[in-house]
Design a protein around this ligand. Structure first.
Ligand SMILES: Nc1ncnc2c1ncn2[C@@H]1O[C@H](COP(=O)(O)OP(=O)(O)OP(=O)(O)O)[C@@H](O)[C@H]1O
Length: 279
């Protein structure tokens, strides 16, 4: 896909923590460089503890940049802002607000809950399949439904960048598959047919390949760039694509790259990400 790059610019980015206990500074990300195009869906995979969440929290403006560039729309990210929405593993819904009130929350905080805002909320409720559940409270929702509310809440403010940190990892396998289908459908249909720019962290390689335009593979910590794999699979995608040889080939290559980080002797088989894939 030939998308214009540089919605998000990551250049020689270093992120680190100062440990009070050991009186030392350690890096979680070390010299990351890549960019993300407008409307692109990028997944990030890498060994456990390598620095993925730290990277995402820096994008959210919650972790300060140690050095390097981290720019959204040409401006250095320096703190949290309404142009970015975060979705975590656990749907942190307000228990005393019903589904509608939870989804409306961000719009209300931004004083944008006017007629247009309410129409947007209604549209999202429909899009995430929660019609009829508007008055339901979080305690009455299943894990999958809660994550749908969470997703709708993140989309309601129409963020420029959607940041997702393993949003489906707490769900059972079946619900997880369903939610992957839902997310790709929502992402493909929201915003007049164009997806939002999204950065999605996952441990699950099939999930990354299914959802993403490109998969960024991080090394074991501190995270460095191992490879960026182009997922040249046609859209719209349905779950049946997971059974194609093209999907399997990309999946195996990425899995090899991740495993080569945890088992240093293991080498990843070469993969030509520019090779055409049948649509
Ligand atoms: N607040 C903090 N203070 C000090 N060190 C931290 C802090 N948060 C994270 N770290 C360290 O930074 C490194 C990267 O952590 P991070 O959570 O970003 O990794 P991850 O790839 O998201 O992990 P996982 O895959 O297990 O979710 C780890 O060594 C972690 O211990």
């Amino acid at each position: 896909m030939n998308l214009p790059r540089q919605k998000l610019v990551v250049e020689d980015l270093r992120l680190g923590y100062w440990s009070r206990r050991s009186h030392s500074f350690s890096l979680a990300c070390d010299g990351l460089s890549f960019d993300v195009a407008e409307n692109e869906f990028v997944a990030i995979v890498g060994p456990s503890g390598c620095g993925k969440t730290t990277f995402l929290t820096a994008l959210a403006g919650l972790t300060p940049v140690t050095s390097g560039r981290l720019e959204l729309n040409g401006e250095q990210i320096e703190g949290p802002a309404p142009d970015r929405s975060l979705v975590f593993q656990h749907a942190s819904l307000y228990p005393w607000r019903n589904v509608v009130a939870n989804i409306e929350f961000g719009l209300k905080a931004q004083k944008r809950l006017d007629r247009r805002g309410r129409a947007r909320v209604a549209e999202l409720i429909d899009l995430v399949g929660l019609t009829g559940k508007e008055d339901t409270y979080p305690r009455e929702l299943s894990g999958g439904m809660s994550q749908r509310v969470n997703l709708a809440r993140a989309l309601a403010t129409d963020p420029d960048l959607l940041l997702l940190d393993e949003p489906f990892s707490a769900l059972d396998a079946q619900t997880r598959e369903l939610m992957q289908d839902e997310l790709t459908r929502i992402w493909q249909s929201d915003g007049a047919g164009t997806g939002k720019t999204a950065v999605f962290i996952t441990h699950d390689v099939p999930e990354a390949v299914f959802l993403a335009d490109r998969v960024v593979v991080f090394s074991s910590g501190p995270a460095r760039l191992v490879e960026i794999v182009d997922v040249r699979l046609p859209r719209p995608r349905g779950s049946e694509i997971k059974r194609t040889p093209q999907f399997q080939e990309i999946h195996d290559h990425i899995l090899d790259l991740v495993m080569s980080q945890t088992q240093p002797g293991r080498r990843a088989a070469p993969h030509d990400s520019n090779a055409p894939v049948a649509g």
